[in-house]
Each structure stands twice: as structure tokens, then as C-alpha cells.
Design a binder for this molecule. Structure first.
Ligand SMILES: *Cc1c(COP(=O)(O)O)cnc(C)c1O
Length: 241
């Protein structure tokens, strides 16, 4: 087994154990392998070990890898999870299946019209990123504005609104982890309960939260996609973290 295959096994076990502890079905949690800064050959090792869902943060770097791995394209899902500027939306609309990091309607509108202009029948799957730490510097829409943004996105024709994404401030304190993930879970459930039958919200089923150091707490609070980099691929260089 390659080192990446071994790490993947360990992470899958952690996801299973956390789901079991939360009395949830392990299949209700998708494992996304965050491959930013790692080369295509590492991603190939993960593919060989059965991994199909990958997350990337940097548009140019991601597109190069997606193209290198084009032979696998139809069996993989590529998720964009990094900050997204207007001038990069066209590339993201053309190459990715999902975008998790939407915190402005302007970016969502661009993605929708650009996706619509392409010959891709599948809509782009979208999550609204919420800011749970309430820091001005962090990206994400404030929790109390998430509903309004979701409502606006639900009207866009070439996107499917899937749910919320959050990156709480890193902390090893279980109480702080629980507080942050609990707040996102409450917001998600509130929106889901209010709109799930309405147009644009039928597939509002995704809570994207939890990383290498806090996936257990996220799964305890309803996460349906954990985004795991370091625990699978190893430590990243600081400069490109
Ligand atoms: C880098 C990154 C991850 C993965 O973090 P690890 O701690 O390496 O597991 C998850 N989500 C986002 C948005 C990231 O940028």
C-alpha cells in the first residue's frame, strides 16, 4: 500500500468512528481529499485507493491537475473550496463540479451565466460559505445573512444550491469546536426546515465542515462533507498553505 492509501484508510476509519459515535450512518458523510499544493501523482495514488472526491483552492493550480488527470475526469468530482475572485469564475465554471466558497451574490451570478454558456448539462453545485468566527478578515457571509444569500442563489438557473460550508477558527478545544459547528448546524437546519420544498431548495442537503484536526466534532454536528488535506497527503509547505 502507498502511504496515501494507508492515510486514506485511517481517515475513513476516523469518519466511520465519528459517525458511529454520533449515531449516524457512515455513508451520510462524504470524504473530500483536499489536494492543494500536492502534485497530480499524489492524487493518482488516492484515486488508486478508491478516492473520487477532491478539493482544490487555487484555480490555476487546480486546472493544471484536472487536465493532467483528464483520463479520470468522468469518475471524479472536483470541488473548488478557496476564495474566488470575479476574474476566475469562468475557469471555475468550466472545470469544477462544485463550489463551496460562495459568500457574494455577484460571484454566484457570474458562475451561473458562465456555466449556462458552456455545453455542460450538469449544473454547478454550490454551497454558501458562512463566517462562524465573525472575524472581519475571514471570508464567508455572517450567519444572520446566510438565508438571504441562499434565497438569491436559489433563483439562479445554472446552479444547484446544496447547502452551507464553514471553516471555523482552528482550535483544539472541544468546547469551542462544538460551539462553532453547532452554530452552523442550527443555521443550516433553520434554512432547510423553512425552504426545503420551495423551488431552488429541493437539494439543500449539504453541510460542508470539518478538516484534519476537527472532523470528529463536525460530524457530531451534522457535517455531510469533511474536507481533509493534511491527514491524507501530509503537511503542506507553509508558504502555500
Ligand atoms: C486546506 C483546506 C482544508 C484542509 O485542511 P487540513 O487541515 O489540511 O485537513 C479544508 N478546507 C479548506 C477550505 C481548506 O482551504
Amino acid at each position: 500500500m502507498t502511504p496515501i492509501a494507508i492515510h486514506l484508510e485511517q481517515v475513513r476509519r476516523r469518519v466511520q468512528d465519528a459517525a458511529l459515535a454520533a449515531k449516524r450512518n457512515a455513508s451520510s458523510v462524504t470524504l473530500m481529499a483536499v489536494s492543494k499544493t500536492f502534485p497530480a501523482k499524489d492524487i493518482e495514488q488516492a484515486i488508486a485507493a478508491g478516492q473520487k472526491v477532491f478539493g482544490e483552492n487555487y484555480v490555476q493550480e487546480a486546472i493544471e491537475k484536472i487536465q493532467t488527470l483528464a483520463a479520470y475526469r468522468s469518475e471524479l468530482e472536483w470541488h473548488f473550496i478557496g476564495p474566488l475572485q470575479s476574474n476566475k469564475t469562468k475557469d471555475v465554471a468550466a472545470h469544477f463540479d462544485w463550489v463551496h466558497s460562495i459568500d457574494r451574490i455577484k460571484i454566484a451570478k457570474r458562475l451561473s451565466s458562465q456555466r449556462g454558456a458552456l455545453s455542460i448539462s450538469k449544473k454547478l453545485q454550490l454551497c454558501v460559505q458562512v463566517n462562524v468566527s465573525n472575524e472581519d478578515s475571514k471570508s464567508g457571509t455572517p450567519l444572520d445573512e446566510a438565508e438571504t444569500l441562499c434565497n438569491a442563489i436559489a433563483q439562479l438557473p445554472h446552479l444547484t444550491l446544496r447547502g452551507l460550508m464553514a471553516i471555523p477558527e482552528p482550535t483544539s478545544d472541544p468546547m469551542s469546536q462544538a460551539k462553532a459547528f453547532g452554530a452552523v448546524e442550527d443555521c443550516f437546519k433553520r434554512i432547510q426546515a423553512k425552504y426545503s420544498k420551495e423551488a431552488g431548495f429541493q437539494e439543500f442537503d449539504t453541510l460542508s465542515m470539518g478538516m484534519s484536526d476537527d472532523m470528529e466534532a463536525a460530524i457530531a454536528h451534522g457535517s455531510t462533507i469533511v474536507r481533509v488535506g493534511t491527514a491524507i497527503f501530509g503537511k503542506r509547505d507553509k508558504i502555500s498553505a
